[in-house]
Write a protein that binds this ligand. Structure first.
Ligand SMILES: C[S@@+](CC[C@H](N)C(=O)[O-])C[C@H]1O[C@@H](n2cnc3c(N)ncnc32)[C@H](O)[C@@H]1O
Length: 281
């Protein structure tokens, strides 16, 4: 299946048709898509289809999109700086150790998705795309990775990295996690890491991630939020005073009813919560 076969209007979930486009090397570089039902139009910008909806975003989504647009180029290095800073408390000594500490956590999450060759995987808020090679390693060339993010600048970095790794079956789309532009029951696994705490509509985003997953698929959500034990300690209190996002709690109360086998645990030295579940119907 090609990406254009599962991409739909984020507002009414109807098909999109190409109105006009400029194609180079089989890629649509510029153009316009229109919904066959509600007639909303969506532009292709610098090779990315922008399916962001609604046009007037929730204030928080707009603020964070601007933040990530501004930080995209330096984001990966800033993340390592942050891990070196906080990591001192957990035995991470330098940038090299910080890099492997980050990768280890990412591997744990991807491993838990139980991926198989040929799977279609959605990475919601893919950012600079560091999960893409880890997913690709497991699903191979017959699989497909769809990466969605609200920040085009973050996706530009992800596209460069995917091309460096020569990963072909990856499609990157600009969009809002609360209005996913995909047909229902498309993906064999859904991953989200690092954005849900600040989403404007967390409940809708979770419902959407479940909607686009096939029945029986694994869905994994991870973000900052200290474990109950750590948040009561002096270290926990200090971490929260340095970064308020560490105060966040896992949004389990917002999970839709059509999920089963819910597991809640913490990774990265108890700094990040993980909610893992399976779509039941
Ligand atoms: C901390 S970064 C994490 C990126 C990536 N998942 C990772 O693990 O490195 C958070 C990402 O969420 C994206 N984001 C924030 N709000 C969003 C929304 N409402 N819909 C889609 N993406 C969003 C940001 O643009 C940013 O790329």
């Amino acid at each position: 299946m090609d990406a254009l076969e599962y991409i739909v209007c984020p507002s009414c979930l109807s098909e999109l048709e190409i109105i006009d486009c400029r194609v180079e090397d089989n890629e649509i570089l510029e153009g316009t898509f229109q919904c066959v039902n509600c007639k909303l139009s969506f532009n292709v910008k610098e090779g990315f289809l922008d399916l962001t909806f609604p046009p007037q975003l929730h204030k928080r989504d707009e603020e964070w999109r601007n933040f990530y647009d501004e930080h995209a180029v330096s984001y990966d290095e800033e993340l390592i700086d942050a891990v070196v800073n906080f990591g001192k408390l957990f035995g991470v000594k330098d940038r090299e150790e910080a890099r492997s500490y980050i990768i280890q956590g990412r591997e744990t999450l991807v491993e838990s998705l139980n991926l198989e060759k040929g799977f279609y995987v959605l990475d919601v808020a893919t950012g600079t795309g560091d999960f893409i090679p880890l997913i690709y390693k497991r699903i191979g060339e017959d699989g497909l990775i769809e990466g969605l993010d609200i920040s085009m600048k973050m996706l530009q970095v992800a596209r460069r990295k995917a091309s460096d790794y020569r990963i072909k079956r990856v499609n990157l789309t600009i969009g809002n996690a609360a209005f996913l532009p995909y047909k229902s029951e498309t993906f064999d696994a859904v991953l989200h890491m690092g954005g849900i705490n600040t989403f404007g509509d967390i409940k809708r985003a979770l419902k959407e991630m479940v909607r686009v997953a096939k029945v029986g698929s694994k869905i994994i959500i991870c973000d900052e939020g200290l474990s109950p034990d750590l948040r009561e300690t002096p270290t926990g209190k200090m971490l929260i005073s340095l970064n308020r996002l560490f105060e966040s709690t896992p949004p389990v109360e917002y999970l839709p009813s059509n999920v089963r086998d819910i597991k809640l645990y913490w990774i990265w030295s108890d700094l990040f919560y993980v909610i893992e579940f399976v779509k039941s119907s």
